[in-house]
Design a protein around this ligand. Structure first.
Ligand code: HEC
Length: 511
């Protein structure tokens, strides 16, 4: 057999062989620079979640029902190993993805100015859900009244869950692992525009006035501002701290009352705030000056978006805001505590007792006896922590069946729904009575299957849960009786996002 002979002739393969093999067999689809083409980018940063052994299997056998062909008939097992090794090797230099590359990727499919003013269907436009299915890279637009799909379309490869909406709920913005931003019109059920804003992207935030998008990248170390109308790029903001140290972005958030984006950074000890209001002027000494005052003092604006840099005593990856958005909680990198940073005072104002890697990004706020409490799951501890938002004291730790990822509630319910999918009992969903601060019920709607990510409908009467498997499903529960009312098959539905709850910044859901 030819393959066997190749192995005998070349028992060890050098790096040049990997480059040559890649150019010959892979570059046409994954790009000569490995930044992706019709196939996804093959970089260690992007492959993060795929294990090396799994990558070898994909290279050898291909992926069913996709354009990824198997190579076992063309390449020896050793050559496949070498290629897997190669795609996990970082590029020699940070890939260049600046304004020129971003602009060149821009596709406008529909003139946004020519779109009809009303939905082309009849159902409650604010009770739609965008369901991200990563099993076969599709998105389902689900009618939240009838639980029937309005549309299902192919998405970019590996969307991150968090769909974002325009303030009126008409448009949904999606971000993919490889940096593609998609604008989709829910009224006419079609893609309006797409642009590749980075090589590896964390997420996108939409300004509360609907005018701007801010994209946070891991590769390169940039933030990219886009015009929300057609996704035209407005500004590339390099993420640079003191002494030219650059940083990956871990997330961008919108702070509506402040008219600003707030940015969590992975590699420098800072939080950034980027004002977007028209009267936000240039930044000096960490403060925004009015545009006129800035000109008087000779500060050059240098682009519409300017970052106010706030120093933090620890790396803060994951954020949670209080109702005013003046205070932001972050989890420390070592996973032992939380910090509260005041964006006006511009420094840390409190520490919170929060061991076990809190997943603040999916925390919720609820009111009890006239006080605001915050509840958060932990990625490494089987507990839900409840924090008093005035004193920043942890008032209760509710033991759960395992560490969890998501938590959801709604203004019209007294319950919060959590998963415990980071532990062994991946099929359990637990319901917390927020008044009693206790577990009220444990459900196992799909025994033995990973079940997570609860999301309420507009009214708070129904809860949707994902069975996150390749042949998974969405399960709809009555939110008061905890009974199943509908089930529908889906391909690994990782996240679902209700228009109304999102555009109203419901305190029971992530923003
Ligand atoms: C004909 C086009 C094509 C060729 C040739 C090709 N790929 Fe792919 N590859 C794809 C597509 C499309 C996907 C995405 C499949 C999916 O949807 O899961 C993919 C997926 C992959 C993945 C999984 C990525 C992930 O994040 O899950 C790896 C690894 C991979 N390819 C490596 C290779 C290597 C190495 C070669 C060369 C030996 C190669 N591919 C050749 C099109 C191709």
């Amino acid at each position: 057999m030819v393959v066997g002979m190749t192995i005998l002739a070349a028992p060890t393969l050098a790096a040049e062989d990997a480059t040559r093999l890649y150019a010959e067999h892979c570059a046409a689809c994954h790009g000569g620079d490995r930044l992706g083409a019709i196939g996804p980018a093959l970089l260690p940063e992007n492959l993060g979640r795929l294990r090396k052994a799994e990558a070898e299997k994909v290279i050898a056998q291909g992926r069913d029902a996709t354009q990824m062909p198997g190579h076992a008939d063309k390449l020896s097992p050793e050559q496949i190993k070498v290629l897997a090794e190669y795609v996990y090797t970082p590029l020699a230099a940070v890939p260049s993805w600046g304004m020129a590359e971003i602009k060149a990727s821009h596709v406008v499919s529909v003139d946004p100015a020519g779109l009809p003013a009303r939905p082309q269907w009849t159902t409650d436009p604010l009770n739609l859900f965008t369901v991200v299915e990563t099993g076969d890279h599709h998105v389902t637009i689900l009618d939240g009244d009838s639980f029937k799909p309005l549309a299902r379309f192919a998405s970019r490869f590996a969307l991150h869950g968090g769909a974002k909406y325009s303030p009126d709920g008409r448009f949904v913005y999606l971000a993919s692992r490889d940096g593609w931003i998609t604008k989709y019109d829910l009224y006419t059920l079609q893609i309006v525009a797409e642009i590749r804003a980075g090589v590896n992207t964390r997420n996108v935030a939409v300004s509360h006035d609907g005018r701007f998008l801010m994209v946070g990248n891991m590769l390169p170390h940039t933030l990219v501002a886009l015009d929300a109308r057609d996704l035209s790029p407005l500004q590339v903001i390099p993420v640079v701290g003191d002494e030219k140290a650059t940083s990956r972005v871990s997330a961008v958030y919108t702070a509506p009352p402040r008219s600003s984006f707030v940015v969590a950074l992975k590699d420098i000890l800072e939080v950034w705030e980027i004002p977007y209001a028209d009267d936000a002027g240039p930044v000096m000494n960490g403060f925004v000056h009015s545009y006129e005052k800035g000109l008087e003092e000779g500060i050059s604006p240098g682009g519409r978006f300017q970052a106010i840099r706030i120093r933090t005593p620890d790396y803060l990856d994951d954020f949670f805001f209080d109702r005013t958005y003046e205070r932001v909680m972050g989890a420390s990198r070592d996973g032992k505590k939380g910090l509260v940073v005041d964006l006006d005072i511009k420094r840390k104002i409190a520490e919170i007792d929060l061991p076990g890697m809190p997943h603040l990004g999916s925390g919720i706020i609820f009111r009890k006896d006239g006080r605001d409490y915050m509840a958060t799951p932990h990625l490494k501890e089987a507990v839900i922590s409840i924090i008093d938002m005035e004193t920043w004291k942890t008032v209760k730790r509710i033991p759960t069946l395992g560490p969890g990822f998501f938590m959801r509630s709604h203004e019209n319910t007294g319950y919060a729904w959590i998963d415990v999918s980071m532990g062994k009992e991946k099929d359990a969903i637990q319901i917390i009575d927020l008044n009693a601060m206790e577990i009220a019920r444990t459900l196992r709607p799909a025994p033995g299957r990973t079940t997570a990510h609860a999301e309420f409908d507009r009214s708070g009467k129904h809860v949707l849960i994902s069975v996150m498997e390749a042949d998974g499903e969405l399960i709809v529960f009555d939110a008061e009786r905890f009974e199943v009312v509908a089930r529908m098959p889906m391909k690994r539905p990782v996240g679902k996002y209700n228009v109304f709850n999102k555009i109203n910044y419901s305190s029971g859901t992530s923003h």
